[in-house]
Design a protein around this ligand. Structure first.
Ligand code: CP
Length: 296
């Protein structure tokens, strides 16, 4: 694997390779040494889970993480992002882990990087793509159910602004899950590979997995009626189907898309297992990318 840009351009073998390697990191105490590798974490949007788990993963692989602080970098003097990449590549950075509002930036940087061979990992781009989140969600679901083919996954809430929803729908379709989305009209988006069901009860009926999405206040075009959203789309202990697993990419708006009591209950703990699994999945991704770099 040279880069990880989106789920759509991955094949099933690549996805399963990441999952099986992540399992080795989690359960077999696999350890590798990539002390000759240098990875920059370039986050142009806020992050807690993704940034820390990548940084933890880089350290666990004995590679070197470098935090790019945009507010103190020469991009504030007008430097183009691709000039920054080429200069950092000249200094010795070989892997760029990027989070950005701009869904096209990473592909653009990949095309315009020429100084040394470098690798790119998408840590979340705009409203369209968050491939490492979809991979860790798949890892978590697979860990619980063993097999996901034929399982029903209901994705609930702010579909329109969610890169997590889009990458998950792409991945879940590749592995044969049935996907439904449910959202009020103001959060609705028709996405290929997912059936939209407006009524929440109907959408979550017989679901094996309920994926709640964060209401993305920072991306809203207009104010929403939060009370109406909570009344009709919040997941809580009363409406979470008995046999369903609750997942959420985080950060959670407590009391909005998920009730406070559900998060605090045992059934809410899978959300923290997702965060833990993110570390192993990102170790696996970095392992494959660092190893590819060795071959060049
Ligand atoms: N799920 C997720 O991407 O969380 P962060 O924004 O905290 O990285």
């Amino acid at each position: 694997m040279e880069n990880l840009i989106d789920i759509e351009s991955m094949n099933n073998d690549e996805i399963e390779k990441i999952i099986s390697l992540a399992k080795e990191y989690k359960f077999d105490n696999l350890r590798k040494n990539f002390s000759n590798k240098h990875a920059a974490l370039m986050f142009f949007e806020n992050s807690t889970r993704t940034r820390f788990s990548f940084e933890y993963a880089i350290n666990s692989l004995s590679a070197h993480p470098y935090i790019f602080d945009n507010s103190k970098s020469s991009s504030q003097k007008g430097e183009e992002a691709y000039d920054t990449i080429n200069n950092l590549s000249a200094i010795g950075i070989d892997t760029f882990i990027i989070r950005t509002k701009d869904e096209f930036l990473i592909k653009d940087l990949k095309e315009k990087s020429y100084y040394n061979k470098v690798h790119f990992i998408n840590a979340g781009s705009g409203k369209t793509s968050h491939p490492t989140q979809a991979l860790l969600d798949y890892f978590t679901i697979k860990e619980i159910f063993g097999e996901i083919k034929g399982k029903k996954v209901a994705i609930i809430g702010d579909i329109r602004h969610s890169r997590v929803a889009k990458s998950n729908i792409a991945l879940l379709n590749k592995v044969g899950a049935k996907v439904v989305t449910s959202a009020p009209i103001y959060f609705k988006e028709e996405i290929e590979g997912a059936k939209y069901v407006q009524n929440l009860d109907e959408a979550i009926k017989d679901a094996n997995v309920i994926m709640c999405l964060r209401v993305q206040n920072e991306r809203l075009e207009a104010a929403i009626n939060l009370e109406d959203f909570i009344k009709n789309y919040q997941i809580n202990s009363d409406n979470l189907p008995q046999n369903a697993v609750l997942i959420h990419p985080g950060p959670v708006n407590r009391g909005i898309e998920v009730s406070n009591e559900l998060i605090n209950s045992k059934r809410g703990q899978t959300i923290l297992e997702q965060a833990e699994n993110g570390k192993y999945v990102r170790m696996a991704i970095l392992d494959l990318i660092f190893s590819k770099g060795e071959e060049n």
